[in-house]
Design a protein around this ligand. Structure first.
Ligand SMILES: Cc1cc2nc3c(=O)[nH]c(=O)nc-3n(C[C@H](O)[C@H](O)[C@H](O)COP(=O)(O)OP(=O)(O)OC[C@H]3O[C@@H](n4cnc5c(N)ncnc54)[C@H](O)[C@@H]3O)c2cc1C
Length: 391
C-alpha cells in the first residue's frame, strides 16, 4: 500500500456530492471535527421539496444525530417503537403479531430539512449536478458540473444515491439490476387508529403504514405499497428502464398507471387501506434495484481520492431498513478516520483503507439480506406482463 505524507500541512479540501441524508450527516460530522474546506453539491435546486417517506433509524444512527445536536423531537414524527405485523388472506386478517423496533422512525423530509438547516453558511451548493471527475498531476481531483464552473478537491465523496454518478464514473461495470417490484409511496389522510408502524402482508405484496407529523404540522398517514411490476410492463407504462428511472415523481406517471396500481390495491387490501391510497393526492414511487456485492469504496484519482458512501456505494432493499443507517454509520466512521488524519497525522491512505475494510462487510450482508426478505414476501416473482394485460 502506498503511503502519503503523515503530517498534513493544510487541511484536505473535501467535496461531498449529494445532500439528502448521508452527505449532510458527513458534512456536519466533518464540521464538528474541525474541517473547514468542505463543499456539498446537490443536483436538485430544492431537495426538501422531494417527497420522502418513513425511514427507520437504529440506535447508533440516533446517537450520531444526537451528537450533532439533533433532538429526537425534531425528526421523530411518532415515538412508538412498536411494529405491528398483520398477514392478510382474501382481504381478511389472518394473523397479527407485534415486536419492538430497536430504534425510532423518522421521515425523509424531516431529517433532510433538519440536517440542511444546520450546515455552515456557504457549504451547500444547490442545483449543481456533478458529471465527471478527473485527476491532476500530484494535485486535487477536478470535478465537472453540468451547469457550473469546475471545482477542485483532495477528497471527493459521492453520496449521490442509488443511481450514483460517482459509481458510474469509478466503477462502470457495477450496474444496477431491477428486482421486479416497485415501492409506491404517499402521505394520505390521518388515520387515528394507526398508532404504530404497521406492516400488512397480503400474499405477493406488502403494505406499510405509519402515523406522520408533516412539516406543515398536520398529521397524516404515511404508506408504502410494494407491488410486482415485471420489467416489460415498466417500460411500457413508465417509458424508461427501472435502473435508470430509480425515483418516480408524480408527473412521471399517468392516471392510467395510478388506476392500475389502485386496482391491485383494491384486490389485495382491506377496503379501508385501499381507500387511504385512493385518497392520497400525490404518489411517488421507487423501483427496487440491486447491485452486485460491493468490494471497493475508495478509489485513487491521481494524488486525490474518491469515495462512495451510502446508497452510492450500494443501494439495499428497503425491507432491510438499513440504507440510511448504513450511510450514517459509514459517514461517522469516515469522519472519524479523517479526524485522525487531520489532528494526529494518521496516514490518509491507510486510514481510508481501514475504514473501507470495516464497513464493506455490513454493506454486503444487507445486500444479501434484501433479496431474501423480498422473496419471503413473495415480491419480484411475477413473470411476463401482469399490469398491462389487465387493461
Ligand atoms: C420505500 C423505502 C423505504 C426505506 N426505508 C428505510 C428504513 O426504514 N431505514 C433505512 O435505513 N433506510 C430506508 N430506506 C433507504 C433510504 O431511504 C436510503 O438508503 C437513503 O435515502 C440513502 O441516502 P443517501 O443520502 O445515501 O442517498 P439519496 O437519499 O439517494 O440521496 C442522493 C442525493 O444525491 C443527489 N444527487 C444525485 N446525483 C447527483 C449528482 N450527479 N450531483 C449532485 N447531486 C446528486 C440527489 O438529488 C439526492 O439528493 C428506504 C428506502 C425506500 C425507497
Amino acid at each position: 500500500m502506498p503511503t502519503t505524507t503523515s503530517q498534513p500541512a493544510d487541511q484536505p479540501s473535501i467535496a461531498i456530492v449529494g445532500a439528502s441524508i448521508t452527505g449532510p450527516v458527513l458534512a456536519l460530522l466533518l464540521h464538528r471535527a474541525g474541517f473547514h474546506q468542505v463543499r456539498l453539491y446537490e443536483a436538485s435546486p430544492a431537495p426538501t421539496q422531494q417527497a420522502g417517506g418513513i425511514i427507520g433509524l437504529d440506535h447508533p444512527s440516533l446517537t450520531t444525530l444526537a451528537d450533532l445536536g439533533i433532538s429526537q423531537q425534531e425528526i421523530i414524527p411518532f415515538t412508538s417503537e412498536r411494529v405491528v405485523t398483520i398477514t392478510v388472506q382474501d382481504q381478511r386478517e389472518a394473523s397479527r403479531t407485534e415486536h419492538l423496533y430497536p430504534g425510532r422512525n423518522t421521515a425523509w423530509h424531516l431529517l433532510n430539512h433538519t440536517l440542511l438547516q444546520r450546515l455552515p453558511q456557504h457549504w451547500l451548493h444547490l442545483g449543481q449536478r456533478v458529471r465527471a471527475i478527473s485527476p491532476t498531476e500530484h494535485g486535487p481531483a477536478v470535478l465537472e458540473f453540468l451547469d457550473a464552473e469546475p471545482s477542485h478537491a483532495d477528497l471527493v465523496i459521492f453520496t449521490d444515491g442509488r443511481r450514483s454518478t460517482g459509481r458510474r464514473l469509478l466503477a462502470p461495470k457495477r450496474t444496477l439490476t431491477y428486482a421486479g417490484y416497485i415501492a409506491w409511496r404517499g402521505q394520505g389522510p390521518y388515520q387515528p387508529h394507526i398508532e404504530h408502524f404497521t406492516r400488512i402482508d397480503p400474499v405477493g405484496a406488502a403494505f406499510n403504514l405509519s402515523p406522520l407529523r408533516q412539516t406543515s404540522g398536520h398529521p397524516a398517514t404515511d404508506w408504502t405499497l410494494y407491488l410486482d411490476m415485471p420489467e416489460p410492463d415498466f417500460h411500457t407504462l413508465l417509458g424508461a428502464d427501472p435502473t435508470v428511472r430509480t425515483y418516480l415523481l408524480p408527473h412521471q406517471f399517468t392516471g392510467q398507471v395510478r388506476a392500475l396500481v389502485q386496482g391491485q390495491a383494491n384486490r389485495l387490501l382491506k377496503p379501508a387501506a385501499a381507500h387511504l391510497i385512493a385518497a392520497t393526492p400525490t404518489w411517488t414511487a421507487a423501483p427496487i434495484v440491486d447491485l452486485a456485492p460491493s468490494t471497493q469504496a475508495v478509489y485513487p484519482i491521481g494524488a486525490a481520492h474518491a469515495i462512495l458512501l451510502g446508497d452510492a456505494l450500494a443501494p439495499v432493499r428497503p425491507h432491510t431498513a438499513s440504507g440510511a443507517n448504513l450511510g450514517i454509520a459509514q459517514a461517522a466512521g469516515l469522519a472519524g478516520v479523517l479526524s485522525q488524519h487531520l489532528h494526529h497525522g494518521a496516514d490518509l491512505v491507510a486510514a481510508l483503507h481501514g475504514w473501507q475494510q470495516r464497513h464493506l462487510p455490513a454493506v454486503r450482508a444487507a445486500q444479501q439480506l434484501g433479496p431474501e426478505l423480498g422473496a419471503s414476501l413473495g415480491l419480484g416473482t411475477a413473470r411476463g406482463r401482469i399490469l398491462v394485460t389487465e387493461q
